[in-house]
Write a protein that binds this ligand. Structure first.
Ligand SMILES: C[S@@+](CC[C@H](N)C(=O)[O-])C[C@H]1O[C@@H](n2cnc3c(N)ncnc32)[C@H](O)[C@@H]1O
Length: 388
């Protein structure tokens, strides 16, 4: 198997993030072959996949195509998987994990294809090397993904292993932290590029603040972790990986204005500081404990972004209605000159803001449909017309 060959690379992401992922791929000069709901197809070698793993902010996994074939029965699956030269991909000492997504009537037990793939790989490895690799659910080593749709199968090496959103800096979570890829996309959607003042009240465990520094300074997102699936395969080019890390680490960091991040909960600020420290960006964030409405707003223009809770139970909702109303009042009275953004999954609560939006961007947080709502804040910001 020639890992220098440009193969199909499929970058998996979350719903509504492909727009941001596409922009990243274009910036890194990768061709865009196909854009689907939660993935983008491009082309590249295994080293290109390494580049993507270290750089992408809005991708979850980078898949490298190993094989593609027609298949209508588990027996065909076994035969075709066994034809792939696995001895060129892994050593028999490796630990492999199989992940399958199966949408075919050819099998009724969706776990079964994973077993077939595992057996076919093990049997080929025994024939070729006399030893079979260990296997199980752990995704720290080699991860193989099977997609079986009707009578088409694709087999990928998941070069990332664990999700790329696991950047490795969030050692201390607090309430409802945003997934890092989503946080990065939200920051991009506000138009933040490091040159503006950025204020983040209700910062929680600091995900938005940390992602904003990484984006603003142009720091690669993947440098804080060192384990990726690509490191466990035979085609791994260690020199390329090491040089790329050195090059990315040495890239000049763009200067940014300090980001202001506050939260009413001291434990949230403690977590955010710790996480920012782990990410090596704490000196670029001014943290303080306060009610959002006491957050200092520097003179001039800038961006304010809040991710308030959106509540589950009735008691919570009533309390949150008041919080959302206060956010609207504070925006209007204290934040003139800024663009205000709220990220929320509760449209009824969002209405309590009471201001007219200039942007409404759809996102999904886990499976909850959310909106990033943008408000132009100026003296006398217009109140939203009350519904008839
Ligand atoms: C949904 S969490 C934010 C999660 C954050 N985006 C993250 O990724 O970790 C909402 C945060 O708002 C904070 N909060 C709630 N009411 C507040 C208030 N009145 N003033 C300031 N912060 C508040 C909570 O302490 C919580 O940390």
């Amino acid at each position: 198997m020639d890992f220098n060959k440009k193969q199909t690379l499929v970058i998996i992401t979350s719903p509504a993030l492909t727009e941001y992922l596409q922009a990243e791929l274009e910036e890194l000069k990768f061709p865009i072959d196909q854009v689907k709901d939660t993935s983008i197809h491009t082309k590249g070698s295994l080293n290109d996949a390494v580049t993507l793993n270290l750089n992408l902010r809005c991708g979850l996994y980078v898949h490298y195509l190993l094989g593609q074939f027609k298949c209508t029965r588990p027996e065909d699956l076994y035969k075709k998987i066994k034809e792939i030269p696995w001895e060129d991909v892994i050593t028999a000492e490796e630990y492999i994990s199989i992940v399958s997504r199966v949408e075919t009537e050819s099998v009724d037990n969706t776990m079964y294809p994973s077993l077939v793939v595992k057996d076919a790989i093990a049997d080929r490895m025994i024939e070729k090397t006399g030893k079979r690799p260990d296997s199980g659910p752990d995704r720290e080593n080699v991860v193989i993904n099977l997609y079986w749709n009707k009578d088409d199968c694709w087999v990928y090496l998941n070069t990332s292993g664990k999700k790329l959103s696991d950047r490795n800096y969030r050692k201390m979570p607090y309430k409802a932290p945003l997934q890092e890829c989503l946080a990065a996309a939200i920051i991009k959607a506000t138009g933040y590029n490091g040159s503006q003042t950025l204020v983040l009240p209700m910062c929680g465990s600091g995900t938005l603040a940390i992602e904003a520094v990484l984006i603003g300074q142009g720091r690669a997102a993947g440098l804080m972790r060192d384990n990726y699936c690509f490191k466990h395969v035979k085609g791994f080019d260690e020199a390329y990986y090491k040089n790329l890390r050195i090059q990315l680490n040495n890239t000049k960091k763009a200067p940014i204005k300090p980001i202001i991040a506050t939260d009413i909960a001291p434990q949230a600020i403690e977590a955010a500081k710790k996480n920012a420290q782990t990410a090596g960006v704490e000196h670029l964030i001014e943290f303080s404990v306060c009610d959002f409405a006491k957050t200092p707003i520097p003179e001039g223009k800038g961006i304010i972004l809040l991710n308030p809770e959106y509540g589950q139970r009735m008691g919570e909702i009533t309390e949150l209605e008041e919080t959302y109303k206060r956010i609207g009042d504070w925006f209007k009275k204290e934040c003139a000159g800024y663009k205000g953004y709220i990220f929320t999954g509760n449209p009824d609560l969002a209405k309590k803001i009471g201001l007219r939006t200039f942007r409404r961007i759809q996102f999904f947080n886990a499976n909850i449909e959310c909106r990033l709502l943008g408000y132009e804040l100026y003296e006398g910001t217009r109140k939203e017309k009350s519904p008839k």
